[in-house]
Design a protein around this ligand. Structure first.
Ligand SMILES: [Zn+2]
Ligand SMILES: [Zn+2]
Length: 184
């Protein structure tokens, strides 16, 4: 009944795959990942629902290639008006897993020159690591609730998306502001 013979554990909801169970011709899989997993750690990612991942795995010697796509919906706060909004994102997740013991380096120190490579120990790879990286990369540096968000007035603080105000100049002097309107 399990649709995912690779993990063997349907209930875990994990993204670990037993390397010996990957057939030589490769295999494909789909995963649905609990958003709570992304809320953990030093750089939590807020999501509105589960993250989906689909892709194919194939072995090349002791290396394992994963090529797939992810889709998620980020829960963000506008950098201009602070309004909460959601942003659907998707992207490729391409990684090669290399066995740590053959690299001669510890798993805590992945090869810096190949950021898409992950080291794995034992006979299990964890797709969560590259998935999390890709979801993190999809977060905009300056999230905007919409392209033309007007943000707050620096003078009076009203949300300019909702209403306009009389502030025109940095002085904030309403009489001068009114005057400048006419000069323009
Ligand atoms: Zn905004
Ligand atoms: Zn204002």
């Amino acid at each position: 009944m399990s649709h995912d013979p690779l993990t063997g554990q349907e209930s875990s909801g994990g993204l670990t795959v037993k390397v010996p169970l990957i057939p030589e011709e490769g295999t494909a899989g789909e995963w649905t990942v609990d958003p709570a997993r992304f809320a953990e750690g030093a750089h939590p990612i807020a999501l509105t629902g589960p993250v989906s991942l689909a892709g194919s795995l194939y072995k090349a010697g002791s290396a394992v290639n994963f090529q797939g796509r992810m889709a998620a919906t980020l829960a963000l706060e506008c950098s201009r008006c602070l309004a909460p909004f959601t942003l659907p994102v998707e992207g490729e997740v391409n990684t090669v897993f290399l066995p740590a013991e053959e690299e001669g380096v510890k798993a805590e120190e992945p090869d810096a020159e190949s950021i898409d490579a992950q080291l794995y120990e034992g006979d299990e790879i964890d797709l969560f690591i590259p998935l999390r990286d890709q979801v993190a990369l999809a977060i905009p540096m300056r999230p905007l609730c919409r392209e033309d968000c007007k943000g707050f007035c620096p003078q009076c603080g009203v949300n300019l998306n909702e209403k306009s105000c009389a502030c025109v100049t940095p002085t904030g002097d309403p009489r001068l502001a009114a005057l400048k309107k006419f000069i323009r």
